[in-house]
Design a protein around this ligand. Structure first.
Ligand SMILES: NC(=O)c1ccc[n+]([C@@H]2O[C@H](COP(=O)([O-])OP(=O)(O)OC[C@H]3O[C@@H](n4cnc5c(N)ncnc54)[C@H](O)[C@@H]3O)[C@@H](O)[C@H]2O)c1
Ligand SMILES: CC(C)[C@H](C(=O)O)[C@@H](O)C(=O)O
Ligand SMILES: [Mg+2]
Length: 364
C-alpha cells in the first residue's frame, strides 16, 4: 500500500519537528513494510519569502492530491507586521480542505503528572479529547474589516456547520466513556444558543451518551480543578483554540499535544497544536512528541493503520518511561536530551519489535 503524504514544514521549529515526524514515519515503513511517498512543499512565512503568498497554488494542489497532510507550524515575528501573514495560509488551507473537525486529545503520560502546577492526583485521571470546530465561527465569518477608527470581526454559525461537528463529538463519545461536554457562552451569544439547541437535538439520538452543557468561563476553571471529569469536549473554533492550549499544561507541555483535522472526504491534516516557537527555534530544544503523536493520528484516521499508530504511541511511551526528556518536560531528573536525541530514542524503540502485551495494555 503506497500512501501519498504532503509535507509542510513551515516556520520556526516547524522544520525541526517535521524532520522528527519523517524519521519516525520511516521507522514505521521499515518495521511494517509500508511505502509512504512524501512531497515537501513550501508553506507559511517561508512561502511568503519565496513566492509572496503563504499558500502557493502548487502547495495547495499537492495537498489536495495527497492522502494526508503533515504540517509543522507557521508564523513568527519576521512576518508579524506584513500585509500578509503566515497564519492566513493556515486558515486558507484548513478551509480549502474542509477539515472542520479538529480532534485534540489530552493525555497525560505516566511520569509527567507532576509537571503541571496542579496536584498530581488530579492530573492523573485526565484523558479527554477536544472536538473543535475548525472552519467556521469568528475566524472566518464576514464582515471582517478594519479602518483607522474601528475594527469588526463577526461570529456566525449555520445549523449545518454546528450539526456536523456535534455529530462527530457524539460518535466519538459513544466509542469512549460516553460523555459529551458542550462548551459555549449561551448566556450571551446567539450562536451559542443555536449551538445548545442543536446539541440537545443530537443528544436524543445517543441515549447512552451523557450530555453536559458548560459555559466557557466555567469550563476553563473546571479543566484545571477537575480535568478527570471530561471525556469529549465539543466547542466552537475560538473557544477550542484557547482551551486546548490551557489543557496542554496538564500534559506537561504545549509540545506534547497532537491534532487531527478531518473532513468527510479528502485528506486529513495533522499538526501539533503548538506554534512555531520562535524563542527556541534552531536551538535543538523543541519537543517533537506532539508532532510524532500527530503522525500516529494520521496512521489511525487517514490510513486505518491502528497497529502502526499504537506502535508509534508505544515507542513514545517507552522513551518517556526510560527517562528521556526535552527541556520543556525536564524536572532535573532523567536524561535531558535534544530534539534529535529524543527522536533517535523513539525511532530506535519504533524499530524494535517490542509489542510487549503488558505495556500495550497499560498505555492503549
Ligand atoms: N498551527 C500553527 O502553525 C500555529 C499554532 C499556534 C501558533 N502559531 C504561530 O506561532 C507563532 C508563535 O506563537 P506563540 O509564541 O504564541 O505560541 P507557540 O506555541 O509557538 O509557543 C508558546 C510557548 O511554548 C513553547 N513551545 C511551543 N512548542 C514547543 C515545543 N514543541 N517544544 C518546546 N516548547 C514549545 C515556546 O517555546 C513558547 O515558549 C505565532 O506567529 C503564532 O501565530 C502557529
Ligand atoms: C495559528 C492560529 C491561526 C491557529 C488557530 O488559532 O487555529 C493556532 O493557534 C492553532 O491552535 O492551530
Ligand atoms: Mg492555538
Amino acid at each position: 500500500m503506497k500512501k501519498k503524504i504532503a509535507v509542510l514544514p513551515g516556520d520556526g521549529i516547524g522544520p525541526e519537528v517535521i524532520k522528527s515526524a519523517l524519521q519516525v514515519l520511516d521507522g514505521v515503513a521499515t518495521r511494517f513494510g509500508h511505502e509512504f511517498e512524501t512531497a515537501e512543499k513550501v508553506f507559511g512565512g517561508a512561502a511568503i519569502d519565496q513566492k509572496g503568498t503563504p499558500l502557493p497554488d502548487d502547495t495547495l494542489e499537492v495537498c489536495k492530491g495527497s492522502d494526508a497532510v503533515l504540517l509543522g507550524a507557521v508564523g513568527g515575528p519576521k512576518w508579524d507586521k506584513g500585509n500578509v501573514r503566515p497564519e492566513q495560509g493556515l486558515l486558507a488551507l484548513r478551509k480549502a480542505l474542509n477539515v472542520y473537525a479538529n480532534l485534540r486529545p489530552v493525555q497525560v503520560f505516566p511520569g509527567l503528572e507532576h509537571l503541571s502546577p496542579l496536584k498530581s492526583c488530579r492530573v492523573k485521571g485526565a484523558d479527554f479529547v477536544f472536538v473543535r470546530e475548525l472552519t467556521g465561527g469568528i475566524y472566518f465569518s464576514e464582515p471582517k474589516k478594519r479602518d483607522r477608527k474601528s475594527a469588526v470581526d463577526t461570529l456566525s454559525y449555520t445549523r449545518e456547520e454546528i450539526s456536523r461537528i456535534v455529530e462527530k463529538a457524539y460518535e466519538l463519545a459513544a466509542g469512549r466513556r460516553g460523555k459529551v461536554t458542550s462548551v459555549d457562552k449561551a448566556n450571551v451569544l446567539e450562536t451559542s444558543k443555536l449551538w445548545r439547541e442543536i446539541v440537545e437535538e443530537t443528544a436524543k439520538k445517543y441515549p447512552n451518551v451523557q450530555t453536559e452543557h458548560m459555559l466557557v468561563d466555567f469550563a476553563a476553571m473546571r479543566m484545571i480543578s477537575d480535568p478527570g471529569s471530561f471525556d469529549v469536549i465539543v466547542t466552537e473554533n475560538m473557544f477550542g483554540d484557547i482551551l486546548s492550549d490551557e489543557a496542554s499544561v496538564l500534559t506537561g507541555s504545549l509540545g506534547m499535544m497532537p491534532s487531527a483535522s478531518l473532513s468527510e472526504r479528502g485528506p486529513g491534516l495533522y499538526e501539533p497544536i503548538h506554534g512555531s516557537a520562535p524563542d527556541i527555534a534552531g536551538s535543538g530544544k523543541a519537543n517533537p512528541i506532539g508532532m510524532i503523536l500527530s503522525v500516529a493520528m494520521m496512521l489511525r484516521h487517514s490510513f486505518q493503520l491502528e497497529k502502526e499508530a499504537a506502535a508509534v504511541e508505544l515507542a513514545v511511551f517507552e522513551t518517556l518511561q526510560a527517562g528521556y526528556r526535552t527541556q520543556d518536560i525536564y524536572d532535573g531528573t532523567g536524561n535531558l536530551v535534544s530534539t534529535k536525541e529524543m527522536v533517535d530514542q523513539i525511532h530506535f524503540r519504533m524499530l524494535e519489535d517490542s509489542t510487549s502485551a503488558t505495556l500495550l495494555e497499560v498505555y492503549v
